[in-house]
Design a protein around this ligand. Sequence first.
Ligand code: PHE
Length: 459
Amino acid sequence: MPEKIYTMSSKTEFASKLGLIAATVGSAVGLGNIWRFPAQTQEGGGSAFLLLYMACVFLLGIPAMLAEFSLGRGTKSDAISSFKVYTPKRPWWLVGYLGVVASLAIIAFYTVVEGWTLEYLYESITGNLFDGVGTTHKETFFTGKMAEYINTDSRLIIFVIVCVAVNALVLLGGVQKGIERLSNWLMPVLFVFLLILMCVSLSLPNAIEGVVYFLQPDFSKINAEVVFGALGQAFFSLSLGILCLVTYASYYPKDTKMPQVSMIVVLSSVLVAVMVGLVIFPAVKSFGLDSGSLEGATLVFVTLPDIFSRLPFPQLWAVLFFVLLAVAAITSCVSIAEVPIAVLQDHFKMSRTKAVLIVLIPMMFVSMVTALSFGSLSDLTFFGMTLFDIFDFVSANILLPFISLLVCIYVGWVLPKNFFKDEVSNHGMLRTPLGNISVCLVRYFVPFLTAIVLVYGLL
Ligand code: PHE
């Protein structure tokens, strides 16, 4: 593969409009929607959480996304250089470094769950996942399997290596031939597989109970902690805050209709989250599983295999689901890694291959250590959280909203007065109400509200 150095003058771009949308949707729709969302919904009391999540996505997410898009396409630069184009003498580029730190923190735990996903996919294909399912008590069978898979150090490490290797292959292919081509193929697969699983789940007896639990709002469950969780989940699931969307938008052609792209990305992300809810909760209620006692990671890796085992053709559903999860994980993980890689390429003028290796090889070791949070390092805790929990909590709940807030202040107040409006409307070529409303939201509403939620959440 010939190496290409992308400088700002020969800036690479996505090859097609569809590819650009697929790549950005691919970044947004990931483990955040399929693995993190159901767990958070469960903890946040079902539909109350869903409602708050939607409010955060539409009111804060869209303007914050347009702010990142504008900064990226308007400067055609990576996460750090984009802050130097208009304000070279002021320290705003520190926000860029913060974005890079956040992206590395996410990679550190994201690759672990991606590793589990690949392991589950492998075990589903070989059929091992269901080996001996009739022999022990069903309720504990899959908890035992998960323990076997994720508590064994050697297995954890092997699958982290496999997962980093898969990401490296895509990233070495570059923006067009790697990221764009992969997303073009795989995003439609993801939607089709999810639709099939949703139909299966909704056709189970008593599925309606789960639908009601998930969709009927119960306002009494809303409190500061749930709002804080919903905000973090909204920013995480939209890929906001690590300047990943700044990086991707720097590959957008100048005539890209960014308000339209933002709407497609946001709607896809919400749609996938809702569809995942409609796969999980109806099935949980239908089989009378005690979803209350299941928390976090286990919802997808224990409850779903359990559900599949009660259906005809369990192996088929398991393969379908873990392919879907792997697709979502890979297209997102490459977008997270693209942030530091683009910085090394553009800002530090390295070749693509060197940049990919410099980011991924050290991160592979960090991820291995994080993975051991479930194995031999499970006793290593700070404030009651394992290394894995810390990376998850600090990045999603604190860093992402905080950095998004700074980006909105920068775009809304520091850049030239008309910068944002010009970018969103393609210099007046697009007549979009979203543009005008967003200016106001980016300047006042998003920074103010995000700050309040952050402060309350941390108190
Ligand atoms: N949005 C991705 C997901 O939901 C995660 C992500 C976060 C990707 C931040 C890029 C930036 O899985």
